[in-house]
Each structure stands twice: as structure tokens, then as C-alpha cells.
Ligand binder design. Sequence first.
Ligand code: ATP
Ligand code: MG
Length: 450
Amino acid sequence: MALILLVDDKRSMVRMLEEAFRAEGYDTLYAYNLRESISKLSPHIDAIVVDLKLPDGEGIELVKIAKEHYPFLPVIVITAYATIEKAVSAVKEGAYDFIQKPFDVEQLTHTVKRAIKERELRRENISLKTQFRSFFEEPLLVGQSEVWQNILRQIDLVAPLKTTVLIKGESGTGKELVARAIHTRGPRAKSSFITINCPAVPKDLLESELFGYEKGAFTGATESKPGRFELANKGTIFLDEIGDLDISLQSKLLRVLEYGEFERVGGVKSIKVDVRVIAATNKDIEEEIKKGKFREDLFFRINVFPIYIPPLRERKEDILPLAEHFVRLYAEELKKEVPSISDEMKAFLLSQDWKGNVRELKNTIERYMILCDKAIITPDMISVQNHNECYSDYTPLKDIVKASTGAAEKHKIIETLRLTKGNKLKASKLLKVSYKTLLTKIKNYGIDTE
Ligand SMILES: Nc1ncnc2c1ncn2[C@@H]1O[C@H](COP(=O)(O)OP(=O)(O)OP(=O)(O)O)[C@@H](O)[C@H]1O
Ligand SMILES: [Mg+2]
């Protein structure tokens, strides 16, 4: 059963929507304000309906935070006629659609139904695409430096085997590209290449993402679902940023690596899989072991065949071949003639220290190619101060802070109330806030004081 989060400060409205969605066979959760709605966000929610105007902020904030944490989660915005413009910008921020007041409930439930269906299709489509790509497309590995040639030899050496590979290197050096090449050049090429970026998935969700879950394993687990290890059966799983893997999951991973088996979350049956593991990290795992954050036995198990990709600034011979490769790539994509790279441009490219490595070089060339309308690329096409602006859609710190302070506050209040056995006055003293503030917070976060 799909779960819908309803956010509106008018209780009568929430009740009405609750009834309508329940009648359509949905489960519902509700929140009366922005803070409460943020604290209720979870991976189990399938859609959100939110009023634009909330007592403590705007619904658009929830759209942003939801997109940030759950990019596929559809958010439907309810708006009054006067705030249509805001609703439009909410859609630009990633809201699925908006509905204008006064609305027909059936129209709303229909929109939500469609949004959920589309999300399912998109998810399937994405996994199909990844498989398609790893099956048909041999990635181009460009580079002339001796280190790079040596990396190519290591790829060919290890590709036919099932050996676990650990790829190390700074961000943007090409770790994922190398992992894909190992997969496509080996006997598993026809099966899937499944990737998971460990730190990108919220900690409490990662276990069920990796190993799947059984129906009823947690609230919202209305059906059983296979994890990435099962999806990768006969193929390859790419564990990106494994240095960030939470220690609590490391022993379970170790068992999969050693015996090829695990249980789904909430399951009792052992599942056996035949999966090749490739891991990558930009952290010094040996340092993490010293800090007690990474299990040494797991490290030995994944470090069987390490491949180190040095930063681009340490293999400058690769810069120009890569730049030329990207110029051709974007010329094709942008349907332009392939321009040549001027000598000044070459000198400029060689003089940079490319902290973001190949990815930064690629982004830089893309920007030049968008602007390029001549047969030659020169460095003055982009002013120098613009070179550092590649991260324009980065999430502002304040959004992150807002989302996590809410969660932390709520957690602390619940803990304190437990300690004082529900005595709010005592709790407010311990927390050094006024009694009234505590009451407001309890109400806003929807804390059950019973
Ligand atoms: N040798 C290369 N030849 C062609 N393209 C490359 C090469 N190295 C990297 N790239 C391209 O640079 C980009 C960054 O590479 P990739 O995503 O593999 O890096 P990464 O090390 O996984 O980065 P991160 O640590 O940030 O995840 C990709 O678009 C990739 O295709
Ligand atoms: Mg990567």
C-alpha cells in the first residue's frame, strides 16, 4: 500500500484528504507545519501533498529538501489563486505538479496516483538503462601517460577473473569508468553492472538497499524487495565510496564477500548470489582502520587487487589527449564542427592543477564548447573567475542544517521525555527551554507524550 504524507495547517483539510486517500486504498501520514513535515520525511513515503502556505514557512522548502534526499519522490503542491506564481517556481524546484484551490478531491487523488505510477516507471527505466549501457557500450579510456597505460594493463589482467578489485583515487579521477571497463571486458559483460554510492543513501536505508527486505520488516515495507546484491547476481556490483560504509554494515558485507550469502532485512532465509565486487574509495582506508571506523578484515578482503589512479596533475601527459577527446565528444553532442585547441589554450590547460581531476577538465571543456563558435578554442573565451563556478546547483548549507536540526531536536525531546517519564516541566528544565517552548515543539513535531 502506498504511503502519502499530507501537509496542511488546517486540520479539517487534512482530515478530508485523509479520508479521500484512505478510500482510494492509500496509507496516510500528516503534518501541520513545515518543521513537522521535514521530520516525518522517510524513504517509506511514496508521495507528498503540501499546501504552499504553512504557519512556519513555505511548502516550497519541503519540495527542496525532499528532492535533495529523495530525488524520485513526487511532491504535489496545493496553492491558492494568489500564490500561483510560487507554485510555478515550486514546480521548477522539482515539485511534480500543483493543484489550485478550490479543487476537486478526485482530481488530486488522480494526480497523486499518476505521480506514483510514473515514479515506478522511471525507476525501472533507470535500471534498464544502466544494464543497457554496461552491455553495449565499451567505455573509452583515454590517456597516454605511463601510469595510465599501466592501469589499462591491470584492467585487462583482472577483467576475466572474479577477483575483488579496490579502486583508489581522488574524486573525478575515473574510478567508476575503470570499474565499468573491468565489467565490460570480462565474462560478466552480458549481466548487469549495479552501482551503489554508499554515502548517498541514508544510513538506515542502506542495509535494505544492499540486501533487500521482506514484507513487514519495518513500517512501510508492504512488499518484499530484492536488494542490489540480488539484482547484481551473475554480474558485478560497484560499491562506490566504500570507505564511508557504516561499520554496522561492514560485517554483513564481509560475509557476502566470503561466502556469497546474506539475509534480506527481516528475513531468515539465506540467499546465495554469484556477484563480482568492485569497490572504490577516495579515502585512505588504512587511516580509517586506525580510527576504528573500518574493519581490518574487510579491508583485507576487498584489497585483493588494488588499482590506484593518480590525480590528473601527476600525469600531465594525459591532459591534452583527454581535452581533445572531450572536445570531440561535445562537438558531436552539440552538433558543432570539431574546433582545434590553440597553443595558449593548451598552455592554460597544462598549467591548471585540476583539483577536480578529469571530471573538472571535462566540465571545463563542455563550457568552452557551449560558447565556442569559432574553429579554434582560446582561453579568453571564459573569464578566469568563472572557472571556479562549476557547482552552481549545489545545496545550500542552510537547507541541510534546517533538516537535520529538526530531526535532532525531536530526538532529544523524545529522549528527555522518556527520562522524565513524560513530565514536561522537568523535561523543559533539563533542556533549558521555557515550558511553553517545549509544548510548542512537542506539538510541532507531533510527539506522542503518552
Ligand atoms: N581516462 C578517461 N578517459 C575518458 N574519460 C574519463 C577518463 N577518466 C575519467 N573520465 C570521465 O571523467 C568523469 C569522471 O570520472 P568518474 O566518474 O569515473 O570518476 P570517479 O573517480 O568515480 O569520481 P568520484 O570520486 O567523484 O565519484 C566521467 O565523466 C568519466 O567518463
Ligand atoms: Mg565515482
